[in-house]
Design a binder for this molecule. Sequence first.
Ligand SMILES: NC(=O)c1ccc[n+]([C@@H]2O[C@H](COP(=O)([O-])OP(=O)(O)OC[C@H]3O[C@@H](n4cnc5c(N)ncnc54)[C@H](OP(=O)(O)O)[C@@H]3O)[C@@H](O)[C@H]2O)c1
Length: 348
Amino acid sequence: MIIYVMKILSMIKIQIQSHISLTDCIMFLIKAWRTVAFGVYGYLNFTKAGFLEHSKNFKAEDMQARMDGKNCIVTGANSGIGFATAEDLASRGASVYLLCRSKERGETALSKIQTKTGNQNVYLEVCDLSSVSEIKSFAARFSSKDVPLHVLVNNAGIIENNRVVTSEGFELNFAVNVLGTYVLTETMLPLLEKAAPDARVITVSSGGMYSAPLTEDLQFSDKDFNGVMQYARNKRVQVALTERWAEIYKDKEIGFYAMHPGWSETPGVAKSLPGFSERLAGKLRTWEEGADTIIWLALQPKQKLVSGGFYFDRSEAPKHLPFAATAGSHAVIDSIIKNLCSLTGIAS
Ligand SMILES: NC(=O)c1ccc[n+]([C@@H]2O[C@H](COP(=O)([O-])OP(=O)(O)OC[C@H]3O[C@@H](n4cnc5c(N)ncnc54)[C@H](OP(=O)(O)O)[C@@H]3O)[C@@H](O)[C@H]2O)c1
């Protein structure tokens, strides 16, 4: 909390010293408010303490369903929240496809999950989600199985603090978090339709998106690249995309849900946000607590859920914080989708 206040005070000092215009001043205050509101809201809700408090309202019967005969894909399933999700779905009898970029890490996770759950219907699919062409190859291979896909969990995600460009020419955070989610979901639609009306796409976004409006600058072209801000923007795109997919595909009877797992102690957080990880040591959620709402969304009768919604701790959550001026920005989603289409050659 003190860190946030100090951050804001130093930002104010810089602004005053550089004689800024009224519009810049208002923009600055809005951005400062977003940062403070996200920090305070997050600290009160996203930590382990928040989970324990919210879990007092959880209903045990919500989580009693089995998933025998259902097919699920979990991306980024070798670690953290994705691993906990895949393990839980496997323990309920589902056939689970672990989509991982590393064969070695994927095989280790596969063997752990098979041993722990006793479910042999757990499979590894190797695919680097930062590559559109790899996702298309995976989709062609997987689609030839011709199985209904009941649950797609778009979990894989990264925060890359440097501006890295993939061999296909895309900024890396955008490639994994946005293009990966977009291309995989679009290419899985025919298999999801086979599982309708029970099919659902669960996209693991982040509360970080509260600090960013939707912007058409998808690949962060500003010269002052900020990986954390790019991640927040990507996560905002996932929420707006989920909302739009629910409308575009409502006749297909596929449910689209975005969610925030809370702040969990995972390898991704330790690597990309070391300061945050250290400051909140002992206060972060476990992998399983982070995965809880993903599993809940996979198990609930669809009538109980709002397609296009954003979920946190087993409830629908606001997509915008008060006075953060992010709500109107969702109007640009169609233009963003058009852009994603032309970048990937895949149409919504
Ligand atoms: N932990 C939190 O506090 C938190 C908060 C909000 C949102 N989230 C979201 O939760 C999701 C899971 O993150 P986590 O915290 O569990 O982190 P994690 O342990 O680092 O897991 C991320 C997973 O994504 C995979 N991945 C990354 N790049 C990939 C690529 N190009 N292709 C395929 N897979 C790739 C990673 O594979 P490798 O092991 O090979 O790197 C790993 O399996 C992410 O979407 C993240 O944004 C997490």
